[in-house]
Write a protein that binds this ligand. Structure first.
Ligand code: FEO
Ligand code: CA
Ligand code: CA
Ligand code: CA
Length: 546
């Protein structure tokens, strides 16, 4: 253990005990009053139940090993990897898995796992672009099938190993070929070529869970696939909604939430019970958004609450003034007064939805350093945003920003913020991307240093990409402790816990991404018998202590 990690380990054990006190007594004496109030309010809001998570781990050192390296006492099972058959019909697991979300069928023992599939690969999926520059129809079919999402059924057997149940009656694929309906202001508008139904979803990065038990999946870097497949690009770059249990719930794209390079969708409630969705736009110099529904959430309406995402107001954060600026057509037209070209471009709310990034900058949304995942703290309702990095601004290691909404109300239109943690040698992590909370108030983050830069230059110190645990309560607030290290050239994505936090699902995305030919693989993860290439896969991590 490095000296830095030894010091961290010792202090972390202290935090663990302190946090445990908080968790088991509810409103522990160690928690400042304001935070205690937050715990109570958030508990109501999210049905939050205090659980004892096992965070007594000894942080690992950075490593360049071609494996998922975990602290002693923890293990992982590969539950599904690219190409695995997932159901009786013979559907197969997609490529480059990202966001995961577990839906219990039998508590922490059996459930459905939603998994995003973000992008395809010439080398590993459909072969290189032919000399004429155009993929063949068969290649495009594969490209579209390998993206979208998988619904798989997973269970923990008697030996404690997580496995895929290929006899599942729920397991199915959502792909770039699945029919979707549009909802909201852009549905049927000129801005989307009059479409009310569109083909497929792809570039599915992170996502979120609605309060009514469906999945939101974020279409991120859709441009290359829509172009290669000859599809209308205004049909992509949306937040899509799917019900993993119910194939009759028609998959939908909610245009009221705007079209951009969507990273995620973090769902909460305002103090007056309207639905809020926080979203990142993963580009250099892009904005942080939130959507607030017009109508209120009514629990007894169940999945009918989905219509709340069809009507409401979308806001971009102006961090200089601490204001959420409404992205209404009136505001945009006011901002571009006298500019004939822009007035022509922005005529309706549908135009604002389709050209959201541009509209946000026009009304004063603050350009930031690649806003990726956003999570709402279940403890105090502060909002955490991973700003991955931005080499244009000399921000090579990124940071995690924390928004504090006025009055602790997610419906507030004013906020303050702080830099919660900064990437760099001093903290031990670089390029924070996905975020998730555990019930002790620890923020788990995975890193996304680009494959081509790993273990070189200023990134040497960090070795492979990793996973870090950062307390948001107690004296180690903001300090990062490394929990996992990714296989060669992989990125860890989509961490999500089972309800009792006995298992953590995690995606291993693009192992061996820099491989140039199949005879010279840079990674062979997951090192399964018979595999001749690296395969992105989802693992279940167990060993959490109570
Ligand atoms: Fe798909 Fe922004 O990571
Ligand atoms: Ca991401
Ligand atoms: Ca997340
Ligand atoms: Ca990323």
């Amino acid at each position: 253990m490095s000296e830095l990690n030894r010091r961290k380990f010792l202090t972390y054990v202290g935090t663990g005990v302190g946090a445990l006190t908080v968790a088991s007594t509810g409103l522990g004496a160690m928690v400042p009053k304001a935070e205690a109030r937050g715990v109570e309010a958030a508990s109501h809001l999210f049905g939050f139940q205090k659980k004892v998570s096992g965070l007594n781990f000894k942080p690992i050192d950075p490593t360049d090993k071609d494996d998922l390296v975990l602290p002693r006492g923890y293990k992982y099972d590969v539950v599904a990897a690219y190409g695995d058959v997932i159901n009786k019909k013979g559907d197969t697991f997609g490529f480059n898995n990202d966001f995961t979300l577990y839906f219990p069928i039998d508590g922490d023992k059996r459930g459905l796992l939603w998994v995003n599939h973000e992008y395809s690969s010439d080398l590993f999926v459909h072969g290189a672009r032919p000399a004429n520059g155009k993929y063949s129809a068969a290649q495009i079919q594969k490209m579209l099938y390998s993206q979208g999402g998988s619904i798989i059924e997973v269970y923990r057997d008697k030996e404690g190993t997580w496995k895929l149940d290929t006899d599942s009656k729920f397991a199915r694929r959502i792909t770039g070929l699945t029919p979707f309906q549009l909802t909201g202001p852009a549905k049927g508008s000129k801005a989307v070529g009059g479409a009310t139904n569109v083909q497929g979803t792809f570039a599915n990065c992170s996502g979120g869970k609605t309060l009514w038990g469906t999945v939101l999946s974020a279409e991120e870097n859709f441009e290359s696939t829509s172009k290669d497949a000859g599809l209308n690009d205004t049909h992509y770059g949306w937040i899509v909604e799917i019900d993993p249990f119910d194939p009759n719930f028609k998959p939908r794209k909610h245009t009221a939430l705007g079209r951009f390079n969507h990273e995620n969708a973090a769902v909460g409630l305002t103090n007056d019970n309207r639905v809020v969705v926080y979203m990142g736009d993963d580009k250099k110099d892009a904005c942080v958004y939130k959507f607030i529904s017009k109508n209120k959430y009514v629990k007894s309406r169940g999945k009918a609450n989905s219509d709340l995402l069809e009507e409401g107001t979308l806001y971009a954060a102006n961090m200089g003034s601490g204001k959420w600026v409404p992205l209404t057509i009136e505001n945009v037209q006011k901002a571009v007064k006298g500019n004939a070209d822009l007035l022509k471009k922005f005529q309706t709310q549908a135009d604002v939805a389709v050209h959201c990034h541009e509209a946000a900058l026009l009304v004063g949304g603050t350009p930031t350093d690649r806003p990726e995942d956003v999570e709402i703290s279940p403890f105090d309702k502060t909002v955490f945003i991973a700003h991955t990095n931005n080499d244009k601004h000399g921000n090579f290691h990124g940071h995690i920003t924390r928004f504090i909404e006025d009055g602790d109300d997610l419906g507030a239109l004013t906020f303050d913020f702080e830099i919660f943690a900064a990437g760099g040698k001093q903290s031990g992590f670089s390029a924070p991307d996905n975020l998730t909370f555990d019930s002790l108030g620890n923020l788990w983050t995975v890193t996304d240093m680009s494959s081509s830069k790993l273990n070189t230059g200023i990134y040497t110190h960090f070795a492979n990409n990793g996973m870090f645990v950062i307390p948001t309560i107690g004296k180690n607030t903001g300090e990062a402790f490394q929990f996992a290290s990714a296989p060669v050239e992989a990125e860890l994505t989509g961490p999500s816990f089972t309800p009792n936090e006995t298992t953590l699902f995690l995606s291993i995305q693009h192992p061996g991404e820099e491989t140039e030919n199949l005879n010279n693989l840079t990674s062979k993860w997951p090192h399964r018998k018979g595999d001749t290439m690296p395969r992105p896969g989802v693992v279940a991590i167990t060993g959490f202590k109570y």
